[in-house]
Design a protein around this ligand. Structure first.
Ligand code: ADP
Ligand code: MG
Length: 247
């Protein structure tokens, strides 16, 4: 490293991915600075989830490179490292139904990080308090509302002390009245300085917290711009058409 400059949180260059003969990510270049908040939007099937999953080490890719804080993800071990360093929240709450919220939160810290149960539980309660559901700790996911479940999923991810949080349409499966409480939790997280990559079509959220917005279509990044410029003066016709549909 030169000049003592910190490497970016995520550095993606020339990323290409195919599912069989279907070319789903095409020459994607993307750099995310530490503490930056990025919102990714784009039509269904444009490759947003696949991109997030590549960063998380969940999907292999065939061309290009991804580095997290300067460390390249290449082999199997590196992909595992990526999963430990990134926290992921999906559209459908991936909580274990047979474990309480607290147990969901302490599982990986205890079994992967080898943390003592007491410490893991204290940490989990801190994060459940942070997402404002400490009173739900002893309940099972099935006893929670959708919004509470999604906040539990965020707390669970935070318990692994991720360097970056990845969100894949975290509010799109929620009833409308629960969207705000989850977005509120994400706003709090953004204000705490967490590096965040959020796939979402909640443009109010984007305007409030995103530093930059990315528009993807057909596996490519069509446009990436500071939030204000993105909404005020989208440069590409496809971005304008998309914004016209969802705003
Ligand atoms: P988005 O999240 O933007 O809706 P995805 O990343 O889920 O898009 O999908 C991008 C493209 O890749 C779509 O055409 C989708 O059908 C295809 N795809 C996604 N996952 C798979 C998979 N596991 N196998 C084959 N094709 C897939
Ligand atoms: Mg998706």
């Amino acid at each position: 490293m030169t000049g003592g400059k910190e490497p970016p949180a995520v550095a993606i260059t020339g990323l290409n991915k195919w599912f069989g003969s279907h070319h789903v990510l095409r020459d994607v270049d993307l750099t995310v600075r530490r503490s930056e908040r990025l919102v990714i939007c784009g039509p269904s099937g444009s490759g947003k989830s696949t991109l997030i999953r590549c960063i998380n080490g969940l999907e292999p890719y065939q061309g290009g490179r991804i580095a997290l804080a300067g460390t390249r993800l290449d082999g199997h071990r590196e992909a595992e490292m990526a999963r430990l360093r990134t926290g992921m929240v999906f559209q459908s709450f991936n909580l274990f139904a047979h474990l309480t919220v607290l147990e969901n939160c302490t599982l990986a810290p205890i079994h992967v990080r080898r943390m003592g149960r007491h410490r893991a539980e204290d940490l989990a309660m801190d994060h459940l308090t942070r997402v404002r559901i400490p009173e739900q700790a002893r309940k099972y996911p099935g006893q929670l509302s959708g919004g509470q479940r999604q906040r539990a999923a965020i707390a669970r991810a935070l318990c692994m002390a991720p360097e970056i949080m990845l969100f894949d349409e975290p509010t799109s499966a929620l009833d409308p009245e629960m969207v705000e409480e989850v977005l509120g939790t994400m706003v709090d997280l953004a204000q705490s300085g967490m590096t965040m990559l959020c796939v979402t079509h909640e443009m109010g959220f984007a305007r409030r917290v995103a530093d930059r917005v990315v528009f993807m279509d057909e596996g490519q990044i069509i446009e990436i711009a500071p939030t204000d410029a993105f909404f005020r003066t989208p440069r590409h016709e496809r971005t304008r058409a998309f914004l016209g549909q969802i705003l």
